[in-house]
Design a protein. Structure first.
Length: 279
């Protein structure tokens, strides 16, 4: 099967499936644990016929043709494919957690554990004392401060947001996009932070802010793209950023947070849909 579209509105998704069924395109719906509905094309060989219809739906999701198709089908119930049932906590975690997401989670936990058994992990992974060293053999140390966490609360806070946001990006945009955001949003904000505070900083929060900004703006620019963040959550993180710059939160890598957020917004803008199909 081929994934066609992810929507927040089950009834609109069912209307599109009814319309595609009228065209001879057999589709199925699945519901994930975030209550998002995925439309699947059963026969992938029919993609050339389905593609222009999906583009037309994205351009005109409220067109009467879709409601008319739903009435012709005569079934007002939303029909989800078998197997799209609620799962347990462990199953949910595993289905949402892609390979890059999981790799970063495990690495951060391992690094935190090693730092508490007097292993010299901070010496190896911290930002180099001179920016010029990044040009040579220590270039990887521009990224690795993102893996360092100085308290359990720091670790848990960052890893929760990393898992929640990275799972959306990796599932709907692919591992390559997540890797790109991870590397760029670690390296550039880390350099910004070094320039104002020196090498003594760490944490994944710069990357978290990049993912937060990317997911939020992507949801605004492409509502049918499968990733989104409630405005309330975005506001909370912005307030947290402001409090950090105000000095209320103590020593915080504010430039890393700000730089990550800017990178996420830029990438979301670059990934926005470039055009609309005509009816």
């Amino acid at each position: 099967m081929k994934r066609l579209l992810v929507l927040d509105d089950p009834r609109r998704a069912q209307a599109l499936v009814d319309y595609l069924t009228d065209l001879g395109l057999k589709c199925e719906l699945t519901l994930d644990d975030e209550h998002k509905v995925t439309i699947w094309l059963v026969d992938e060989s029919q993609w050339p016929k389905a593609e222009p219809e999906i583009k037309r739906f994205i351009a005109e999701p409220l067109h009467p043709r879709y409601q008319a198709a739903a009435w012709r089908q005569g079934n007002t119930d939303i029909q989800f494919a078998k197997g799209a049932s609620q799962s347990g906590l462990l199953s949910t975690l595993l289905t949402r957690t892609g390979p890059i997401n999981l790799l970063v989670l495990v690495t951060c936990l391992l690094v935190y554990g090693l730092s508490h058994i007097h292993f010299p992990i901070f010496k190896w992974l911290s930002f180099p004392p001179q920016l010029s060293l990044l040009v040579g053999a220590d270039i990887w140390r521009g990224f690795t401060p993102a893996l360092l966490h100085f308290s359990l609360m720091h670790l848990v806070f960052n890893l929760f947001w990393w898992w929640y946001l990275a799972s959306q990006v990796e599932r709907h945009r692919g591992s390559g996009k997540l890797i790109l955001l991870l590397l760029v949003a670690a390296l550039l904000p880390n350099i910004m932070q070094f320039l104002v505070s020196g090498p003594h900083f760490g944490g994944l929060s710069g990357v978290v802010y990049a993912l937060l900004a990317y997911v939020w703006l992507s949801g605004r620019l492409n509502p049918g793209g499968g990733i989104s963040l409630p405005d309330g959550m975005a506001v909370i993180m912005v307030v947290w950023l402001v409090l950090g710059f105000a000095g209320v939160l103590g020593p915080v890598a504010n430039l890393a947070h700000l730089g990550g957020g800017i990178i996420g917004l830029i990438q979301a803008w670059l990934d926005r849909p470039q055009g609309k199909a005509t009816a």
